[in-house]
Write a protein of this length. Structure first.
Length: 85
């Protein structure tokens, strides 16, 4: 089996969510994260874009998306791009 690169967008619950704390929680919960970038949305709200490398085994990408959605302060986590590596 190969690996898959996932690009995910994490939307915080509000502009009041501490982005630095959120990044630390993401890295702790999902150690496969390779890169995190801030993406300004507007009115002080910033989304996070993550690059994650996982196995292409069935269910791996869904498990990552679910784990990220369960982090306090995260409103939504969604895969916006997926490619084989």
């Amino acid at each position: 089996m190969g690996n898959v690169a996932l690009i995910l967008r994490i939307m915080p619950e509000s502009p009041d969510v501490d982005i630095a704390v959120l990044k630390a929680e993401i890295e702790k919960k999902v150690p496969q994260v390779r890169d995190i970038q801030e993406d300004p949305i507007g009115y002080g709200l910033k989304a996070l874009k993550l690059a994650v490398i996982v196995s292409d085994a069935q269910g791996e990408s869904d498990a990552i998306e679910k784990a990220l959605s369960e982090i306090p302060g995260v409103e939504r986590a969604e895969i916006i791009e997926l490619t084989l590596t």
